[in-house]
Write a protein that binds this ligand. Sequence first.
Ligand code: CIZ
Length: 308
Amino acid sequence: MATRPESNLEELQHKVRELKEKLNAVVVAHNYQRPEVQDVADFVGDSLELARRCADMEAETVVFCGVRFMAETAAILNPSSTVLLSHPTAGCPLADMISITDLAEWKAKYPEATVVAYINTTAAIKADSHICCTSANGVRVVESVPAGEILFIPDQHLGHYVSTKTKKRMILYPGFCVTHTRLNEEQVKLAKQHHPEAEVLVHPECRAEVIALADAALSTSQMIRHAKESSAKSFLIGTEEGILHPLRKANPGKTFHLIANSLICPDMKKTGLETVIKTMELKQTTVTVPEEIRAKARQAIDRMLATA
Ligand code: CIZ
């Protein structure tokens, strides 16, 4: 990825700050965003942390630097603010792997099962699910469901990881994150050979054989907390490369190596400072959720929040 000259970055960041003031806007950025975007944001975090922040905000406008399902979650939790997505086509292939028709078919096949939807789903899918979960709370959410049988959508790898930690019978929908599933066992073994002293942290969206080689499978927010608390000085990281920035910022004395250079989400990288500026100048792309869907999706999110 081409790096910009510092001065140009500073000018663009200054412009973002001016626009924030002019629009009474708050800028939030996901842990996978480019460093220069994270640095200009008011809050940086995972999708749930950001959605929670958005729910409490009184800003007229929230500029969400991330992908569509995240901005939708913010709009579900804070219907009184205008939510702008930082790039019109920043989507999530995993979220798009399950349609309302697919879900209806799976529900018909497993009528006794309770649907647990990963936060990486569209608002319409959330509205048609019983409860949401994130990669940080999947086990707790599944355990909280009274029914014995769970239909877990849409990420099969996160679902499998959760199933190893619970006695519940879990039916896994076959979706996957294109970026995380690129990581394979060979790459982890090679990285471990190069950095034998490093602690290996991977995301639970990775394949089971990759997770088996790691010291821990953690969400992005858990990785940041874990790296701070760990006595290790060096870490091998198996998630989207944007996470390196908050990890390094929070742990100046420690080193972080990405396990493979392919861990880049093209959708997350669509947002740059120019697109943030354009988003604010043109007040696009507004993300709205029809009220009927919003109210039902909110119930699924609130059930998850009640398990905390
Ligand atoms: O929940 C999120 O924000 C995602 C997609 C990953 C993570 O672990 O933070």
